[in-house]
Design a protein around this ligand. Sequence first.
Ligand code: HEM
Length: 482
Amino acid sequence: LADMSLLEICQGYTTSVLVVLLAVMMIYRWHKQKVKNLPPGPTGVPIFGCLPFMDTLAELTFTKWSKKYGPIFTVHLGQTRVVVLNSYEAIVEALINQGDKFNGRVHNFFTNLSSNGHGILFIEGEKWRIQRKFGTRALAGAGVHGKTYEQRVLEESAHLIEVFRSKDEKPFNIETPLIFAVANVINGIIMQEKCEEGNERLQAYVVEIIEGIRRDGILYSLLFVLPWCRFFPFMKKRMKSCRNIKLASWSIYLISEIFAAALEQHEKDHDAAHPRDLVDLFISEMQRKRPTFEKTQLLYFLKDIFVAGTETSTSTIIWALYYLIRHPEIQDKVHREIDAELGRDGKLSLKTNLPYTKAVLQETYRIRTVTPLAIPRRTRGDVNLMGYFIPKHTEIISNLWWVHNDPEHWDEPDVFRPERHLDTNGNLVMLNRVIPFSIGPRNCLGENLARIEIYLFLVSILQKFVVLPNPDDPNPPITLQP
Ligand code: HEM
């Protein structure tokens, strides 16, 4: 003490008093937030809530808590109150039976950063309703003079097969050519741009989407639940490096560079009587001066569709191939089915009858839920759900992973077994409990496209090739990524 100046001592006391005050305020807020008949749940600690008690795979922790507190429970993630729906019945009751009350989206630092109130993923209310209706029509190609999903995917798969052939049966990573093919299908539907030689800017963007999601996923989750941690020096540093390549890219650079260039070109040769794609349809709506149809909204809409649709579909195809490599007997059955129905050179179409191969895909959707917790929603008003009260603006998380892995409904859920999805005559059965695209009026906008492209890409590959493990690394450790 003798060495400390009076000023230093005062500073020390002030800091301690501030910390105590802050803690008291947090505890007061905590108590004030207590709502009667809210679903029960674990008690957390001030500021961080239940975060310190969570596994990196939140779906596993939620499942553990659900065993104690039931299928609907409340947790605090940081200071945000979240209600977790941890059973198929609870998810159906909320997202379908009371779908209009549960169709909001969370607003926080992260969602504002990536949406700015535009796009489709993070908007809500009347703007979402109008844009969702438009998106459903536009993605289905209503009124567009163009190709069907089927034609687009088959064209891209023919090219993909050529790329694979050029590898001369040497081991290679299929991820990059596959994501280019998937991106080209979406691009054709929304704006006609192609990921091909000469379009390095678009190629770099597409690769960045996949790599960025994997590299910065933890950063995003942290910003989602503890937005204030962006003020800490280590986060500032991390975000700065991220900002150059990612956050700013998604929100500003790429929007202005790629999508804005496409918009400008479309505006030049726009013909309302002959729309070619989603951008043309959107421009027609802008010309009619329909509310919510304006340029910035379009640019964010394109970005959202692109981000939501590329990594998810690519990962699902790679997971399916992964399980076929791990289970040669299943791959053999798939080959035999394709050979019998199509042969090596037969023309594949959506009508080709391949129930076993479709069952392999259903099993992949189940065992590798690429969006295990869907995308968080929030309630649009006060709601009653299965005897509990949930106040307006509560964040809602649906644990899709558990729906796909609940041993009460799935015998040996860890085992990859396509036969679960077949009846005794070998016909495909689409089980209600396989919901990778979520359910209700705000489910995945691209479900139809995703199902078509994942199926056709997979069959195209397996019609021509046997997939084998890399001989230099035949048993790579399983990670969260394919
Ligand atoms: C395997 C592939 C895919 C999976 C597993 C998947 C899954 C999901 C899930 C779980 C949601 C959240 C739904 C909810 O809030 O309940 C979602 C939303 C969305 N997905 Fe997908 N998705 C896939 C592919 C695609 C594709 C190909 C597109 C675009 C063409 C797409 C576009 C969207 C959009 C725009 C939303 C937001 C919808 C809204 O908020 O109204 N997705 N997706």
